[in-house]
Each structure stands twice: as structure tokens, then as C-alpha cells.
Design a protein around this ligand. Structure first.
Ligand code: PHE
Length: 447
């Protein structure tokens, strides 16, 4: 089976498009706010460097050498026990699950583009009640926008790697960089900027709890799209003579750069107008619209381009969440791409509706199990358990199972002397970090 190949820039933009998503612009600022700022950012940055980069490269290597869907790639590269290792590739189910709520959130963003253009809420309480109203009563509105997200993503997937995914990223990613960069430059001149800088980069260690430590590690995985085969599947289409090391560095740098720029920009606006940084998931949907309102017509303009950028970030990540499953069905079951894309699309569409309804006042009760509703359960199980577990499997696979000579023959020429440092961190640091996080989550290890 011949797999289409990205161009070199196409690959970097597609992988960066996968990594830079709602995680960077929606989630990172609010979890930074909730977890007290600087100390949390510090732990997150260390994790990205020490664990994130190592696992990203491992995941790229599996795709690049395997050249197939994630299941087949694992199977082919395992020196023994192929039948067992192929299950490593099934972690791509996580992407499909994430997509069920991711598509709903992209829907909210579409709705907010319209809100930003027409009428911004005039205060934080007004913004809060508008957001809560949309969640609890606006089932139809959400359904319409969730349907649009489903249609766009499925249409891109149907067109495949070159005509769909590469083209989408070549257009949307530069626009996203321009918008975030431009808004950052504007924020740089506001008084709130120095406060935002202090909030994000001056660690107050006492604010760091063991939970925020675990959140930071989980988020590092989520934001880099690691542990579920997105990067792996894209890497199967890498051009032949690519430098994996350089590509991984570029993707990690772009992802981290955008998260930091977006965070600084958002907190500047919030501090400038006296809003709270710890508002939680509603941060960009509640505090920010109210702040933009204060800025008058310029605020409407900023709000519109901000939500457009957020939609772009979301869409480029969304296609990468489900492409692994699509590729799997094409490779293993010889399904035509159209059929595979539509099947996968319909799955996340319908399960997404359950996620959407679980926030509503009418069906919320019915769809709440224990401490969380359906929507939050999926978020928790995927981001906190499945991705770290997938990352652990990849680290062990490349670090301990694949022949060292094979790994070395590809990466040593690209790394030079630093190969040993990477290999060590993949073999020991990443697994220990990931196991610690998982044990803590299960309540077995407390610190
Ligand atoms: N990295 C994306 C984000 O930050 C989410 C994602 C996770 C995409 C896993 C693909 C795979 O929003």
C-alpha cells in the first residue's frame, strides 16, 4: 500500500497544526490560572523538554520506519511478540474519544465568532450567564455548530493527506501565527503585560500541589498530541530524507511558543481590565468576551479574530485526532478512504451529541456518573490516563524493545553526541515520570 507523502514544510505545519490546538489557547491559560501561574508553567516546560520531546521523537520514529497505520507499524517494528505489540497501536482509539468533546468545543467557538461580531456581553456576570445558558439550554445551537464541525473535519479527511490535511494546514497555520503574533504585539504595549509576565514566569512554589504537577505532565502530552498515534500516523507520510530530530524540535518549539504567547496575551488583557486569571474552563468564553467589550469596537474586532484563530487551531488538531483511525481502517480493512472517513466522522458526531447533552439541564442528570458527567469523564480518561499510557508504551517500545542499532542508525547521524542523552531520557526519565503520574492518579502514590 502506497502512502502519500507530505512536503517537508507540509509535514512540519501539519504536525504543528496537530499540536497547536485548543490545548494551547483555551486549556493552557486556564489551567495555568487555576494552578497559580509561574510554578506550574515551570513544571510544564521541564516536562515538555525532558519527556515530551523524547516521546515525540520516539513516536515520529515508529511512524517513519513503520510507514503504515499505528497498529501495523507497531506490529512490523516489534522484533518479537508482534501479535501482542500490535495492541500498542490501538491507542489511536483515544483520539476518536477526545474528538467527541473536541468537536463540541469547536462548535462553541463557531458560536462565539458570531457572538463576538454581533453583541459581546457587557460584564463578567452577563458573560457567565450567557455561557451557562448556551451549555444548559442551548442544545440546538450547540448541535448546529457541532454538525458544522463534523462536516468540515470529515470533508478534509475524505480528501486525504495531500489534498485535505496538508492543504488545510498550509492555509490555516500561517493565519493562526499571524493573528496570535499580532495580538501579542498589541498586548506588549499595555500596562497589564508586566503583570502577565510576572504571573506566568515568577514561580510561587507554595502554590504548586501534587495535583498541579500531574496536570502539568498530562497537559504536556495533550498539547504535543502525544501518546495516541497522531504524530505517528503523520510521520508515516514524512518525506524520505527528513531529519526527525529537527522536525520534532520545530514542532515542540512552535507548540510551546504559541502556548506562551497566547497565555501572555490573554493574561495581559485580563489584568488590564481587572478580571480574574483563575476563572477555569470559561476563561476564554466568559472573562475574555467581557474584557473585549470594555475595549469598544476594537474589542469586537479582536474578539472576532481571536475566536477565528481558536477555530483554526481546533480544526487542524481535530483532523489529526481522527486520521489515525481512518488510516487504520484503510490499511487493515482495505476500506476506501471515503467510507473510512465517514464512518469515523459519524461515530464522533453521535457520541459527541451525548457529550453535548450531558452538559444540558434537561439530560445532565441522566448522563452524570459519579463525580463527573459524560463530557468530563471522556476528557479525564483520555487526557489523564490514555495519553500518558500511550506515551509510556511508545517510550518502552522504542527505548527497550526495538533493536538499539536500528534506532541508532537513523537518529545518531541526526543527533551527533546528544543521541545518548535522548536515549537515556526515553528509556528511564520518561517511563518513571509517566508511571509516577499514573500511580498518583489512581490514588496509589501520594506526594
Ligand atoms: N494537541 C492538541 C491540542 O493542544 C490536542 C490533540 C491531542 C490533538 C492529541 C491530537 C492528538 O489541542
Amino acid at each position: 500500500m502506497k502512502i502519500a507523502r507530505f512536503s517537508r514544510v507540509g509535514f512540519i505545519l501539519a504536525a504543528a497544526g496537530s499540536a497547536v490546538g485548543l490545548g494551547n489557547i483555551w486549556k493552557f491559560p486556564y489551567i495555568t490560572g487555576e494552578n497559580g501561574g509561574g510554578a506550574f508553567v515551570f513544571v510544564y516546560l521541564i516536562t515538555v523538554l525532558a519527556i515530551g520531546f523524547s516521546v515525540m521523537l520516539a513516536e515520529m520514529l515508529i511512524g517513519y520506519l513503520g510507514r503504515r497505520d499505528s497498529v501495523t507499524s507497531f506490529e512490523e517494528l516489534a522484533p518479537r511478540h508482534k501479535g501482542a505489540w500490535k495492541y500498542g497501536g490501538f491507542m489511536s482509539v483515544a483520539g476518536l474519544l477526545i474528538m467527541t468533546f473536541y468537536s463540541v468545543v469547536i462548535g462553541w467557538i463557531f458560536h462565539y465568532i458570531a457572538v463576538a461580531a454581533i453583541k459581546l456581553p457587557d460584564s463578567v456576570p452577563a458573560a457567565e450567564s450567557a455561557f451557562t445558558h448556551m451549555l444548559q439550554e442551548g442544545v440546538l445551537t450547540q448541535l448546529v455548530y457541532h454538525t458544522i464541525a463534523f462536516l468540515v473535519v470529515t470533508a478534509v479527511l475524505v480528501r486525504g493527506i495531500k489534498g485535505g490535511i496538508e492543504r488545510l494546514n498550509l492555509i490555516l497555520m500561517p493565519m493562526l501565527f499571524l493573528i496570535v503574533g499580532g495580538m501579542f504585539l498589541y498586548a506588549l504595549n499595555l500596562d497589564g503585560f508586566s503583570k502577565a509576565w510576572a504571573f506566568m514566569f515568577q514561580p510561587e512554589w507554595h502554590k504548586l500541589t501534587s495535583d498541579s504537577f500531574v496536570t502539568a505532565v498530562g497537559h504536556a502530552f495533550f498539547t504535543l498530541s502525544l501518546g495516541m498515534g497522531a504524530i505517528l500516523t503523520y510521520s508515516a507520510s514524512l518525506p524520505k530524507k527528513s531529519s526527525l530530530v529537527r522536525s520534532a524540535l520545530a514542532v515542540v518549539a512552535l507548540d510551546t511558543g504559541i502556548a506562551l504567547l497566547a497565555g501572555l496575551m490573554l493574561f495581559t488583557f485580563l489584568f488590564e481590565y481587572g478580571a480574574e486569571p483563575s476563572a477555569g474552563p470559561g476563561l476564554v468564553f466568559i472573562s475574555l468576551p467581557a474584557v473585549f467589550y470594555e475595549m469598544g469596537i476594537l474589542g469586537n474586532f479582536f474578539a472576532v479574530i481571536f475566536f477565528i484563530a481558536l477555530a483554526f487551531a481546533g480544526l487542524t488538531s481535530a483532523v489529526s485526532l481522527v486520521e489515525p483511525m481512518v488510516q487504520y481502517m484503510i490499511d487493515r480493512f482495505k476500506m476506501p478512504r471515503f467510507l473510512a472517513a465517514v464512518t469515523v466522522g459519524l461515530f464522533f458526531y453521535f457520541v459527541g451529541i451525548i457529550a453535548l447533552l450531558s452538559n444540558s439541564s434537561e439530560y445532565g442528570q441522566m448522563l452524570t456518573f459519579g463525580s463527573r458527567n459524560f463530557f468530563d469523564w471522556i476528557d479525564f480518561i483520555t487526557a489523564s490516563i490514555m495519553l500518558p499510557l500511550g506515551g509510556l508504551i511508545m517510550a518502552i517500545f522504542v527505548g527497550h524493545i526495538m533493536e538499539k542499532e536500528r534506532v541508532e542508525s537513523i537518529l545518531k547521524p541526526q543527533f551527533g553526541k546528544l543521541f545518548g542523552v535522548w536515549y537515556f531520557s526515553l528509556r528511564y526519565i520518561a517511563p518513571v515520570g509517566l508511571v509516577t503520574v499514573m500511580l498518583h492518579l489512581m490514588g496509589i502514590l501520594t506526594f
